[in-house]
Design a protein around this ligand. Structure first.
Ligand code: 2AM
Length: 175
């Protein structure tokens, strides 16, 4: 049976992606590792993993109609996940509105048979992979505010050059 590896994410506008790319550049002398390409920077809201084609098609059709709770998140710190060895940008505290966007999405996904994660939501934008230090740089660049009103459904495909992301559906912008 064929499957797609899927996740829902907030995708930054190009200006914000450029700014986050400078965050990656600024951290590299400290953390080393490989910078994510600017056009791949994102914040995952729901990772679904391998999804059967039939369900994937249902999700693609339904995604424009999911009313994502819009909101604002300020990215103001670097952080590290030591196990996958990534350096990220994220909020010091998860805003209630972002938590609600996440929780509302998972509630909606339950109708398609997906169970919400047991781990708490840790909002982050991965900047560097394969980092060489477990401590993040002490100082982050000036905080950046991200206003979002929609999400995208992304298929992650393995290629010879690594993962390639393909946006397969978008929710409609919410007022
Ligand atoms: P990461 O950036 O922290 O690695 C595509 O792989 C996206 O899905 C990335 O944002 C990645 O997060 C996230 N992802 C991959 N595996 C995951 C998992 N098991 N749980 C949650 N998110 C995952």
């Amino acid at each position: 049976m064929s499957t797609l590896r899927l996740f829902y994410a907030l995708w930054p506008e190009p200006d914000l992606a450029d700014t986050l790319s400078t965050w990656a550049t600024q951290a590299q002398p400290h953390s080393h590792g490989r910078a994510m390409r600017t056009e791949t920077l994102h914040m995952t809201l729901a990772f679904l993993g391998s999804v059967e084609k039939e369900i994937a098609e249902e999700l693609i059709d339904a995604t424009p109609y999911h009313r994502l709770q819009p909101g604002t998140v300020t990215l103001d710190r670097y952080g590290v996940f030591a196990r996958p060895r990534i350096l990220w940008a994220g909020p010091a505290q998860t805003p209630d509105s972002l938590q609600a966007s996440h929780d509302g999405l998972w509630l909606w996904l339950s109708a398609f048979g997906f169970a919400p994660p047991t781990q708490p939501f840790r909002p982050h934008v991965t900047l560097l992979r394969n980092i060489e230090r477990n401590d993040p740089p002490a100082d982050a660049p000036p905080p950046v505010t991200w206003r979002y009103d929609r999400m995208v459904l992304v298929a992650s495909e393995s290629t010879e050059g690594g993962s390639r992301y393909r946006v397969v559906a978008r929710s409609k912008p919410q007022p």
